[in-house]
Ligand binder design. Structure first.
Ligand SMILES: Nc1nc2c(ncn2[C@@H]2O[C@H](COP(=O)(O)OP(=O)(O)OP(=O)(O)O)[C@@H](O)[C@H]2O)c(=O)[nH]1
Ligand SMILES: [Mg+2]
Length: 718
């Protein structure tokens, strides 16, 4: 296919709430551009964009797909994103590599929760937005309402470029107040007839035209002057003004389509081609080191890999954006993240899983290559001697976690590989084997996200799996001072084993003084601390180990063995087998035997003495508590608060922020299971939350009792 230059390329993200018609619109744009010669649809499961089996099963987009189309000597790279909040990763990937967002509205729904969420992301990435009101052919379509919604939600910068003459079954024409023409379609859509605006629409069209002209003039002083002098602007001047307004997000033009009937796509593409900014008109990307990189085809070659997919028969497919220079087939590049050579053996432009060979791609364009050896998502590939390296795309923290298990143990290894591959394809899906919990934990953006994952594993990889509640990483600690002695003695054949340890343990807190004596069980014990060792525990908290042996009761060479024994017990606390933390130990006396004492004996004596003392020291279970921040629309505040209270939340503060109430609370992790699902159902998906680990707090006694019983039962079963 043809090689396009930067000023002929438009990189577009197709955003909008689920079901608004993005995938259908992409299909129409590909058809009108001649990339496909038959339009697929969602019901027949044959669109170019939704080509994965899981997408056919659910009737939703699950992955963002990269598509291209051509129209009037322009190339459009379209990234069709899933609308569901659970697949937000796709929209984030796309916003990182595109220059304009097409925000599709469903004319039967107007602005939806998903529209608002995605609009916020476009704000965060400072990307131009064009509203496309779709489904105008639907009987329930309401253009006026949708437009009004958009103005209410996104402000007066929402400006009409097109409005329909009629909606529903009669939808077949729009008035375009930029062109000041009427576009009318036959029943099959496609190429419109361009007609004069009917007399009865003239006044309305003139008024909207004037509003558009004014909005266009506002972003450029010379246009403003012209506008004052002439009272209007010509089409070219308007385009120039609209482009400027788009770039600084001072203008959000509104277009009308019926994707299903293929009405409006061509005119939209003409506008996109002529008016929306191309890459070189947008802010330049900056490397990790802060260097600005121009989209200049004469610069050194640099590619940024923003997405990877694993396709049957092909293996890894790497999607990249050319950040600088040109890339040609057969080129050797360096993966700077891995310091590895890679050959670009084949070069393609893609439309879903259809690949079109291309000999060269220039700065600003998006393409695909296959069979790279060491390259993954977020890597930079450069020509030799080029140092550019681009930051990895940042995704939001996961909101949902579950433990995953193969029903058949023999599938464990394969499941591990599958999960790794899924993470590679979707960075918002991640996996971690927790040695502590003895579970594989998967993290995602919501329950629906993980359910589609389950479907894929079961149907594509043929592994039966189940989701379980993830265990909670409890900790154990003590609440009072206790003492214990333990003598390990064993006589077997020749040499025996002997070791005796006396110790005191107490709760540890930072900055506590070292005592000279301690009263335990009515006895005053002298502590002559000779050596203090502070162990920073890998699972958090500390163990402070003091040796106060006097008169050589235990040889110093055995002290590390005693610590080892204590550490073994710290790893499996007596209450529920969880890690123990924040304990101070004094080994103050003991006995040894000239022949039989050895390290093993003291390790065992240390372990048992510690275990014994622990049980008498008022052991307590601690649970992880998270800082949770919930942003909720005011009308749902009460419901969200009472739900939080049911989760043992400690409310720490409330404030208001941009139309939301913000609740800050500390909530035990145990109570946050499936929170994203319930929050979404309480608020109709209109609330957001984030959580991060805060601290360990004591578990309420009744819950501790239940957990201990469950552990005991588990031990007896083993
Ligand atoms: N009547 C009518 N139906 C449409 C139109 N566009 C899309 N649809 C239907 O709306 C449903 C959703 O369309 P999609 O194209 O899958 O919507 P999407 O925005 O890609 O949805 P997600 O991928 O889930 O975010 C499908 O059943 C389409 O056939 C339209 O212009 N008119
Ligand atoms: Mg879709």
């Amino acid at each position: 296919m043809k090689v396009y230059q930067a000023d002929q390329i438009k990189n577009l993200a197709l955003l909008g709430s689920s079901g608004s018609g993005k995938t259908t619109l992409a299909e129409a744009m590909l058809f009108e551009g001649g990339v496909i010669n038959r339009r697929g649809d969602i019901i027949s499961k044959n669109t170019v964009s939704d080509y994965h089996r899981v997408e056919h099963e659910y009737g939703y987009s699950v992955f963002s797909s990269v598509l291209f189309t051509e129209y009037q000597n322009r190339k459009f790279n379209i990234l069709d994103c899933p609308g569901s909040d659970d697949f937000i990763g796709g929209a984030i990937t796309s916003l990182n590599v595109t220059d304009t967002a097409l925000m599709v509205l469903n004319a039967t729904q107007g602005v939806e929760v998903g529209t608002e969420n995605l609009f916020r992301y476009t704000e965060q990435y400072s990307k131009p937005v064009i509203f496309v009101i779709n489904q105008l052919d639907n009987e329930k379509a309401n253009y006026e309402q949708s437009l009004e919604n958009a103005i209410d939600s996104f402000g007066s910068k929402v400006v009409v470029v097109q409005y329909p003459i009629a909606v529903g079954n009669d939808f077949n024409a729009v008035v375009d107040v930029l062109k000041m023409k009427m576009y009318q379609w036959g029943p099959d859509g496609g190429e419109p007839q361009i007609l004069d605006i009917p007399a009865d629409q003239k006044a309305k069209a003139d008024e909207l035209h004037n509003t558009l002209v004014e909005a266009a003039a506002e972003n450029d002083e010379s246009l403003m002057e012209l506008f004052f002098e002439e009272g209007t602007l010509n089409e070219d001047q308007m385009r120039q003004g609209i482009r400027k307004g788009l770039i600084v997000r001072d203008m959000f033009p509104v277009f009308c389509v019926s994707a299903e009937k293929d009405m409006g796509g061509r005119r939209l593409m003409e506008f996109l081609g002529n008016v929306v900014p191309n890459v070189s008109e947008m802010p330049v990307p900056v490397t990790k080191d802060g260097d600005e990189v121009k989209y200049d085809k004469a610069g050194p070659t640099s590619l940024f890999v923003f997405k990877t997919s694993i396709e049957p028969h092909l293996g890894e497919v790497s999607y990249f954006k050319v950040m600088s220079g040109e890339v040609e087939e057969g080129m050797d590049l360096i993966n700077v993240n891995r310091d590895a050579k890679e050959r670009i053996a084949q070069l393609y432009c893609v439309a879903g899983n259809n690949r079109h060979k291309v000999e060269k791609l220039v700065a600003g364009d998006i393409g695909v290559t296959v069979k790279l050896k060491e390259t993954h998502t977020n890597h930079t590939l450069n020509s030799k001697g080029t140092e550019f390296i681009f930051d990895a795309i940042a995704y939001p923290n996961p909101k949902y976690r579950a433990a995953i298990k193969a029903l058949n143990d023999s599938d464990d290894e394969k499941l591990g590989e599958v999960l790794q591959r899924m993470h590679e394809e979707d960075p918002t899906l991640s996996v971690e084997y927790s040695k502590e919990l003895k579970q594989i934990i998967v993290f995602g953006m919501g329950e629906f996200h993980l359910n589609t994952m389950k479907w894929r594993i079961e149907h594509n990889d043929k592994i039966e799996i189940e989701f379980l509640s993830p265990r909670i990483p409890y900790r154990e600690t003590i609440t009072k001072v206790a003492r214990a002695d333990y003598r390990h003695k064993k006589q077997s054949g020749g040499s025996g084993q002997f070791g005796e340890v006396h110790m005191i343990i107490e709760p540890y807190y930072e900055g506590m003084p070292t005592p000279a004596t301690m009263k335990v069980d009515g006895h005053e014990i002298k502590l002559n601390v000779k050596n203090e060792e502070i162990v920073e525990l890998p699972w958090g908290g500390r163990l402070v180990y003091n040796s106060c042996i006097v008169g050589g009761a235990i040889d110093t060479r055995f002290l590390p063995a005693i610590l080892k024994g204590i550490m073994e017990k710290m790893e499996e606390g007596p209450l529920t087998g969880s890690y123990a933390r924040d304990i101070r130990v004094f080994v103050y006396d003991g006995k040894m035997h000239a022949v039989d004492s050895n390290e093993i004996s003291f390790k065992l004596a240390g372990r048992h003495a510690f275990s014994e003392a622990f049980k008498n020291a008022g052991p307590k279970l601690m649970e992880p508590v998270y800082d949770v921040e919930v942003k909720v629309p005011s009308d749902r505040m009460g419901d969200v608060m009472s739900d939080l209270q049911g989760r043992r939340a400690l409310i720490e503060g409330m404030s208001s922020e941009k139309g939301f109430e913000v609740i800050k609370a500390k909530v035990p992790l145990k109570e946050m299971n499936k929170y994203s699902t319930s929050l979404s159902s309480i608020t109709g998906g209109r609330a957001f939350y984030s959580m991060s680990f805060s601290q360990y707090d004591k578990v309420p006694p009744e819950i501790q009792g239940d957990l201990m019983k469950a552990f005991e039962k588990e031990q007896n079963e083993d």
